[in-house]
Design a protein around this ligand. Structure first.
Ligand SMILES: Cc1cc2nc3c(=O)[nH]c(=O)nc-3n(C[C@H](O)[C@H](O)[C@H](O)COP(=O)(O)OP(=O)(O)OC[C@H]3O[C@@H](n4cnc5c(N)ncnc54)[C@H](O)[C@@H]3O)c2cc1C
Length: 379
């Protein structure tokens, strides 16, 4: 139950109880418990309806505060392409939003205010729709994705089902990409997380030119896929739908303290442009805040975010190759080639921390798309 600060002045107000806001609360309560922190979320649940997944290598080694939020860790993951299959012995983890909500509320309930719809966010204050005002030394805006500009872009869109099977499925590692499915509506793969011996998340994913999703058709396709593996679905436990915008062209890179609140997570525009994922970048930013003094956050956070935004320029070139140069049903060939690279490079790719050599390595060799179309896509 939320406890009001005596003077209603907080050290840190976090606006938005999604992935970024929740992680920051958890990290600050662990690393700097003396800070008076309050998380404001408009909904009745923290985290919404998500399964957030990430590679074990995305997590900074000293981010021990994260461990109790992880729902499941697997020792390895596999990719399946027409030309080969590869199992990578590197850990993969997921956080279920329902666990996230329960754990955060259980551990830090007095620092969380639900059903708090924020109307105005300033550098040192937050005003709710009902007129209540909170003041703080630092305000973090973690309200998620803003409205997308009307520009040409690609999409990673998916429908996932958590299912209960009538028999054990026999999988003990993640199937990150099963590309051995018909390549329709762009690069398509099925993603499988084995939660328990008889429970799976099965997700049908498309790298498509359009955001349209026929959820009913995709659900029935997923159930057919499961049946095709010889598994019998006893019940569908939960459904998850997503459509992540993948930018093709550069957006202005802003950096340095702006005088407004600090942005975190999707609200900061920092994400991996090829995957649409925010976890690796968000956890690194949260860790940086948790390990530094509140007086320095105005420099620490924008500097880190600026580095990610610079790297994003290169990743958007890859998006242009994928969405503009490759024929939609042959997009998978780019990924088929990519997953032959070293494990360390693959990890740095997901983290958005490619070295210059990595960037050259990804693009060198015979291009998997028409050279002419590839060159055209760069400009
Ligand atoms: C279905 C789905 C699955 C995804 N899976 C992954 C994944 O596996 N790995 C990964 O890295 N990325 C994933 N992403 C992408 C990205 O990581 C998520 O979108 C992530 O939730 C973004 O975190 P965030 O905290 O920035 O925003 P959000 O999680 O969207 O949180 C924003 C929060 O702010 C609250 N809010 C908004 N406005 C107000 C207001 N005015 N007042 C108070 N509260 C407000 C919202 O209710 C929400 O709870 C996924 C996205 C989707 C849609």
């Amino acid at each position: 139950m939320f406890v009001q600060a005596e003077d209603n002045i907080w050290d840190c107000l976090i606006v938005g109880g999604g992935l970024a806001g929740g992680l920051l609360l958890q990290a600050l309560r662990t690393e700097q418990p003396e800070l008076k922190v309050l998380l404001l979320e408009r909904g009745t649940q923290l985290g919404g309806n998500h399964t957030w997944s990430f590679h074990g290598s995305d997590v900074p080694g000293d981010a021990t505060w994260l461990q109790s939020l992880i729902s499941k860790t697997w020792p390895a993951y596999e990719v399946r392409f027409p030309r080969y299959q590869r199992k990578i012995q590197s850990s993969y983890c997921s956080i279920k939003a329902q666990d996230f909500h329960q754990k955060l509320l259980g551990q830090h309930g007095s620092q969380i205010l639900l059903q708090a719809s924020v109307q105005e966010v300033r550098r040192d204050s937050v005003t709710l729709l009902d007129g209540r005002m909170f003041r703080a030394k630092c305000v973090i805006d973690a309200r998620g994705w803003g409205a997308a500009a009307d520009v040409k872009r690609g999409y990673q869109k998916f429908v996932g089902l958590d299912v209960k099977l009538s028999q054990p499925h026999g999988l003990n590692h993640v199937i990150l990409k099963d590309v051995l499915v018909p390549q329709v509506d762009g690069y398509r793969f099925v993603y499988i997380l084995p939660w328990s011996e008889t429970e799976l998340l099965v997700e049908d994913t498309y790298y498509s030119n359009t955001p349209d999703l026929d959820v009913t058709a995709l659900k029935s396709g997923i159930l057919d896929y499961i049946a095709g593996k010889g598994w019998v679905t006893e019940s569908v436990i939960r459904q998850e739908v997503g459509c992540l915008p993948l930018d093709l062209y550069d957006v202005p890179v802003e950096g340095g303290p702006s005088g407004g609140p600090l942005n975190l997570g999707a609200a900061s525009g920092v994400y991996q442009p090829v995957t649409g994922y925010t976890f690796p970048q968000t956890v690194a930013c949260v860790q940086a805040l948790a390990k530094s003094s509140l007086d320095t956050w105005g420099e620490v956070l924008p500097a880190l975010q600026l580095n990610y935004k610079k790297q994003a320029r290169y990743l958007r070139i890859l998006n242009r190759m994928m969405f503009l140069a490759a024929v939609p049903e042959k997009r998978y060939v780019i990924l088929e080639r990519f997953y032959l690279l070293s494990e360390a490079l693959i990890e740095r790719f997901y983290q958005g921390r490619l070295t210059v050599l990595d960037q050259v390595r990804i693009l060198c060799g015979k291009p998997p798309v028409s050279v002419w179309r590839a060159l055209k896509s760069l400009f």
